[in-house]
Design a protein around this ligand. Structure first.
Ligand SMILES: Nc1ncnc2c1ncn2[C@@H]1O[C@H](COP(=O)(O)OP(=O)(O)O)[C@@H](O)[C@H]1O
Ligand code: SF4
Ligand SMILES: [Mg+2]
Length: 333
């Protein structure tokens, strides 16, 4: 049994909105294992970014964590993030758990040279020795295959998108966090650059031994990087399993649909289907299983009773009819 680094229990979050509370996370529970890459997949709006933010309590003012706990496990120590003070959590965010944001490519301060981004970040987290910071930055920049001499004195706009993404990875690793959350790290990049970032992540992970949550709506990237895959729908995890089972033996109709909608693992581009219907409104959600209006396997029970995420061996799924789904998914392969 793998060691757990993060225990998430019943995590729920709502955004305030004029239409009513947006239930972006609903009783999410899972364990993150030490050293693994967990991919979080699902259509836009299902709550992936919200999950990332909530795990490190970096939520906007309109959001409220209404329930649940996130526990960081470090050897014999168990730290409840929900009980940390603002100061404690701020420090924790870089030193133990770093999140690289979807929008962060634009988040560089344009007036500040790259080297000062490193210095400021390190100082904010208690590392004050400038030459040590620069030495670390150099090592990391080399690690992300950049020319440190060129990049350190540069301003953000002097770098390409791919280079900025690499710098961001190096920055994220500066305080040697144990857990890294990457939110759509390659979305803004062209295919070739995406490839090289993925390769790089693999290499960095080998070298620095961190645990990674990889948020993506791109399943082929998730398939390449992940050890396990969590499928999100309507603010919940509806399936959680190893990467092979997620793609080859899905038990949730939504995962099944998603994996049919991308080229297969073997590279064949036979079936490019998308899932009919649109994601649910998170203010006024359907009754029962939130996927039922779009689900080809739905029965009357599905309209009334919301299925709970349940473990069958190492495979967790929230579906009343998973056996049938599994059978169908096997026929379709
Ligand atoms: N600041 C916010 N205020 C209100 N609703 C929000 C806010 N941020 C996200 N949401 C809503 O929460 C849901 C989940 O969003 P998000 O976590 O960004 O999804 P994803 O990353 O999977 O695309 C969506 O319905 C989105 O509209
Ligand atoms: S519980 Fe029913 S509606 Fe929901 S995914 Fe399973 S079969 Fe479909
Ligand atoms: Mg997002």
């Amino acid at each position: 049994m793998a060691d757990t680094v993060l225990e998430v229990r019943d995590l729920s979050l709502e955004y305030r909105s004029r239409r009513g509370p947006v239930k972006a996370l609903r009783n999410v529970s899972f364990d993150l294992y030490k050293g693994e890459t967990l991919a979080l997949i699902g259509e836009s709006g299902c709550g992936k970014s919200t999950m990332g933010f909530a795990l490190i309590r970096l939520t906007p003012g309109t959001a409220k964590i209404t329930n649940g706990n996130v526990t960081f496990v470090d050897g014999p120590n168990r730290i409840n993030l929900m009980e940390m003070s603002e100061n404690e959590i701020r420090r924790f965010r870089w030193t133990d758990m770093a999140m690289m944001l979807q929008a962060a490519l634009n988040a560089y301060n344009p007036l500040i040279r790259i080297q000062d981004h490193f210095i400021d970040t390190a100082k904010a987290h208690g590392l004050n020795n400038k030459s040590e910071i620069i030495a670390r930055a150099r090592r990391l920049l080399t690690g992300v295959q950049l020319d440190a001499d060129r990049v350190l004195p540069a301003y953000p706009h002097e770098l390409s998108g791919g280079m900025r993404q690499r710098v961001l990875l190096a920055l994220g690793l500066l305080m040697q966090p144990k857990i890294i959350i990457l939110d759509e790290p390659t979305t803004a990049l062209d295919i070739l650059t995406q490839r090289s970032i993925i390769e790089l992540l693999r290499k960095l992970k080998d070298e620095f031994n961190f645990t990674m949550i990889f948020i993506s709506h791109d399943l082929s990237l998730a398939a390449e990087l992940a050890d396990r895959v969590a499928t999100m729908y309507a603010g919940q995890i509806v399936e959680l399993t190893d990467v092979f089972s997620a793609f080859e033996k899905p038990r949730h109709p939504y995962t099944f649909g998603l994996t049919r909608a991308v080229p297969t693992l073997h590279g064949a581009v036979e079936k490019l289907e998308s899932i009919p219907g649109s994601p649910p409104d998170l203010v006024f959600m359907p009754s029962g299983c939130k996927f039922h209006p779009r689900c080809p396997f739905a029965t009357d029970k599905c309209k009334e009773v919301e299925p709970k995420l349940t473990a069958y061996g190492g495979h967790q799924v929230a579906c009343h009819n998973w056996q049938q789904v599994l059978e169908e998914s096997q026929k379709a392969r």
